[in-house]
Design a protein around this ligand. Structure first.
Ligand code: ADP
Ligand code: SF4
Length: 595
């Protein structure tokens, strides 16, 4: 029988001692004497989906927000490929492990990318939604007869698949592995490619360092290198781009693409410009986060990304998002609002690092995107601007007062005592205003309300990022700096953050700086661009804030890359080096084509 709806209970959140089984008491089906909601062995409720009429009363009664009653799309005729348990998440369909191609998985967090990984790596055996019996492999394989999946699953059932996996949340790596980067890489070097891989990724400088002391970008490249060195049949990279600058993103993409010559390669990537460059095919994942997920058929990368943004799969007549996502291609004109402050040029020297920045003007309510390689002094500049750090020299005669800075740091590092805190406690200690009316609205937009009783240590990368952003946005301040807020957020969350930042900076009438390497995000967000140049970790130069187009152009010129606009969605797309468009744009000096 086809399933119409599913009931999902988040067991960690469910606490009948607090709620007194309010759901059971209120369920109209129970009230007619039937056993729709009953008590399970763990003393928590369980919902019989066949008896449930989908009224949603239990969901409303549960103040812990543990229940989700979801209607499944009519187009889903088949049984799932896997369900984790009773009233738990289920996944429909699987991606196709094509050879000689990089397969991208795009979609929101929580709709099954890790479940796909667990199945493809053999960590869980799919149960086709049958929870009582062990489904034989033959049965499962039969469902995929005639596709590349059949062969793959056969090998998986014989335990012949070796796996290379780059986890999303690289900040957790130093907790698991200690020691010198070189020693750890040597251990994973199964194909004798250590020297070459280190050279190609440009990471010889990290070899002698301890993993715990690596910067975010170094840690990401280290994690990618460790996986590249494995001799595997299936490689899975979960967000390889976070913490990397644009140049490093492209470098890593090139190395990952190389693997596809010999193995199945899947990549989860929310930086769409990178996904576009990296993948040959994409599967869209959609559904209801935490409740169910569906894997679409494969699409050629451009069509797939556009379909994802459209929110509508034509072939299946399936609308999975109410609105389509479009990018404004009319060139933004920077409009000066009231002057906030004029700032001088700065100079600062640390041991082994030297920074010079130009002076400029800041306007009330504007967002300045900061672009540039890692370790060229972006954060140092902001600290000098706010008065947190004393410059060695200043040019010009403008005098800066001491400004209160609210900062979202790049890394999502928690102190030991913070790990055991609930999200509610964390937000309260980080920002006294986090539970104000505005704070609560930010939490709702970023989906944090449901997580308030969870401990900080149990949050995913995206959830932790949203928590840190909320804390930074609610702190009273004169100046905001968000360092890589896009990391670990999915595409829709990134756009939500962009809109939030716009509203908040305008209402507070203060300037906001955003350092980020997702060009699409910076493009949507910024009024002006401040470009940092120089040699990573040696010397940096910060240019005065410039018009978005000029800043982007100069930035891409230094990288020798050109971007065009996708005519359908307006999103920026990287041109293939040496292609006709690439040469044409370079000739005209239009590295960033605005349309
Ligand atoms: P994504 O990787 O896209 O963020 P996941 O595949 O990790 O999504 O998870 C989808 C949903 O499945 C999540 O809401 C998660 O709570 C649930 N889930 C994952 N693993 C388990 C498990 N072992 N038991 C029950 N639910 C799980
Ligand atoms: Fe009962 Fe309605 Fe909840 Fe279904 S949705 S379990 S019928 S209260």
């Amino acid at each position: 029988m086809k399933r119409k709806r599913i009931a999902v209970i988040e067991r960690e959140l469910c606490n009948p001692k607090l709620t007194g089984y309010a759901c059971m008491k209120a369920c109209p089906v129970n009230r007619t004497g039937k056993d729709c909601i009953t008590v399970w062995m763990d003393k928590k409720p369980i919902i019989n989906e066949e008896l449930c009429i989908g009224c949603g009363i239990c969901q409303k009664k549960c103040f812990r927000n543990a229940i989700d009653i979801v209607n499944l799309p009519e187009q889903l005729q088949e049984e799932p490929i896997h369900r984790y348990g009773r009233n738990a998440f289920m996944l429909f369909r699987l991606p196709i492990p094509q050879k000689n191609a990089v397969i991208g998985l795009i979609g929101p967090n929580g709709v099954g990318k890790s479940t796909v990984l667990n199945i493809f790596s053999g960590k869980i055996k799919p149960n086709t939604g049958l929870l009582e019996s062990d489904v034989p492999w033959d049965e499962i394989i039969k469902r995929f007869r005639g596709t590349e999946l059949q062969e793959y699953l056969k090998r998986l059932s014989k335990k012949e698949i070796r796996v290379g996996y780059k986890p999303q949340h690289v900040d957790l790596i130093p907790k698991m592995y200690r020691g010198r980067a070189a020693d750890l890489l040597k251990k994973t070097d199964e194909n004798g490619m250590l020297e070459e891989t280190v050279k190609r990724l440009g990471i010889s400088g990290i070899l002698e360092k301890n993993v715990g002391s690596l910067s975010g970008g170094e840690l990401q490249l280290f994690a990618i290198a460790a996986v590249l060195l494995k001799d595997a049949d299936f490689y899975f990279f979960d967000e390889p781009s976070s913490y990397l600058d644009v140049y490093e993103r492209m470098l890593a993409a090139k190395e990952i693409r190389r693997l596809a010559e010999k193995a199945v390669v899947m990549v989860v990537e929310h930086d769409l410009a990178v996904a576009d460059y990296l993948a040959d095919y994409v599967h869209i994942l959609y559904g209801r986060p935490g409740a169910f997920g569906v894997v679409s058929r494969p699409y050629a990368v451009r069509v797939g990304i556009n379909t994802y943004l459209e929110g509508f799969i034509r072939e299946e007549n399936m609308r999975f998002r109410a609105e389509s996502i479009k990018f404004d291609i009319t060139p933004k004109r920077f409009e000066k609002t009231a002057l906030f402050l004029e700032f001088p040029g700065f100079e600062k020297k640390f041991e082994g690092f030297e920074l010079k920045t130009e002076g400029g003007e800041l306007y009330k309510g504007e967002i300045i995107g900061i672009l540039g390689p890692n370790a060229t002094g972006k954060t140092t500049f902001i600290k000098m601007l706010s008065g947190e750090l004393e410059p060695d020299k200043t040019t010009g005669d403008s005098i800066l007062g001491s400004l209160k800075l609210s900062c979202k740091p790049q890394r999502l590092l928690l102190k030991k005592e913070q790990e055991a805190m609930t999200l509610r406690e964390f937000l309260k200690t980080e920002s006294e205003k986090s539970f104000s009316k505005e704070g609560k609205s930010i939490m709702r937009i970023l989906g944090l309300e449901k997580l308030l009783e969870r401990t900080m240590g149990s949050l995913s990368g995206g959830e932790l990022q949203s928590a840190m952003i909320t804390a930074a946005l609610t702190k009273p301040c004169d100046l905001m700096l968000l360092d890589e807020p896009s990391a670990f957020l999915d595409v829709e969350q990134r756009l939500r953050v962009a809109r939030l930042l716009r509203t908040i900076t305008e209402s507070k009438e203060i300037p906001c700086f955003v350092v980020d390497h997702d060009l699409q995000f910076i493009d949507v967000l910024s009024d002006r661009i401040m470009l940092f140049e120089g040699e990573q970790g040696v010397r940096g130069f910060g240019n005065s804030p410039a018009h978005l187009k000029n800043g982007m152009n100069r930035f891409l010129k230094a990288l020798n890359m050109t971007f065009r606009r996708d005519p359908q969605t307006g999103r920026p797309r990287a041109n293939k080096p040496g292609s006709q468009k690439d040469s044409e744009q370079k000739e005209k000096g239009e590295y960033y084509y605005m349309g």
